[in-house]
Ligand binder design. Sequence first.
Ligand code: AMP
Length: 213
Amino acid sequence: MILVFLGPPGAGKGTQAKLLSQEFGFRHISTGDMLREAVKNKTPLGLKAKEYMDRGDLVPDELVIAMVEEIILQEKDVVLDGFPRTIGQALSLKDVLKKHAKDVDKVFLFDIDDEIVVERLSGRRVCPNCGSVYHVKFSPPKKDEICDVCGTKLIQREDDKEEVIRRRLEVYRRQTAELVDFYKKENKLISLDSRKGIEDLYGDIKKAVEDDC
Ligand code: AMP
């Protein structure tokens, strides 16, 4: 089964994708995580992608498509978190899947207000060493700014600064929101209320996935 998680940054796509992969064995494919890894390792792709990401802009389609398509084809059940993000990416995905007699099965739209996104993301802190994630208000570390797991000083992702978050939201509305119509026409869209708590939201997703099994 191929699932797409669509929605603005900070809507909880990554958290829900992890839950699905833990319970049902879906391969969680996050293009944002893959690109951050490439930037960290200073690969040729990472060096090209960094400036776009730091600004909150999208990385060019051809780079993202080349990075992700091979991996999608290797797996039976995948949840695509943050891909596709443009019509070009969606068409390219459709093309490549069609060649293998596959298609996207369901698209979950994570709906949420901009101000909630800004509060969630601007308070997020991550451990640069072990990847643990905290929130200054909702899940603070025991010791201020220090990772509970490994004791490293926490950092704020460059793209979690407020002005960059606002830019990412604008980019979402301008370039990604049109995918809603694209997948609506294909009868694949399921809308979710992302203001719900993690467990309730997961319950909605799980039900839709199980209905199809
Ligand atoms: P995310 O963690 O999914 O919000 O992604 C972080 C950043 O990575 C985005 O702001 C983009 O710069 C880049 N990115 C992630 N996925 C894509 C994609 N499908 N297309 C273009 N850029 C992407």
